[in-house]
Design a protein. Structure first.
Length: 81
C-alpha cells in the first residue's frame, strides 16, 4: 500500500513566524523531508531538503519537529494540503 505524503504547517503569532514540513517522494522515488520557515508577511525565508531512509523514519522526524514547534509556541494549522 502506498503511503500518502505528509504536510504540516505551524504558525507562531507572537513572533510572526511560520514553519512547514513536507514528507514526500522525489523524482527518483526516494522519500525526502523538506522544511521551510520564515516570517509571516515576508517573502524571505529558508528551505532545507534532506533524504530519509524510509517513510517510517520520515514520520518519526515529522513527529519530533511537531514536538519542538509546540515547545517553541507554534500552533499547527491546516492549510488544506
Amino acid at each position: 500500500m502506498e503511503q500518502p505524503p505528509q504536510h504540516r504547517y505551524w504558525v507562531n503569532p507572537e513572533k510572526a513566524r511560520y514553519y512547514q514540513v513536507h514528507l514526500d517522494r522525489d523524482l527518483l522515488g526516494d522519500w525526502t523531508l523538506r522544511t521551510v520557515w520564515g516570517g509571516l508577511g515576508s517573502r524571505l525565508g529558508r528551505m532545507h531538503c534532506t533524504g530519509v531512509a524510509s517513510y517510517e523514519d520520515g514520520i518519526e522526524q515529522v513527529q519530533a519537529i511537531a514536538k519542538r514547534r509546540a515547545q517553541r509556541g507554534y500552533r499547527c494549522q491546516d492549510r488544506g494540503e
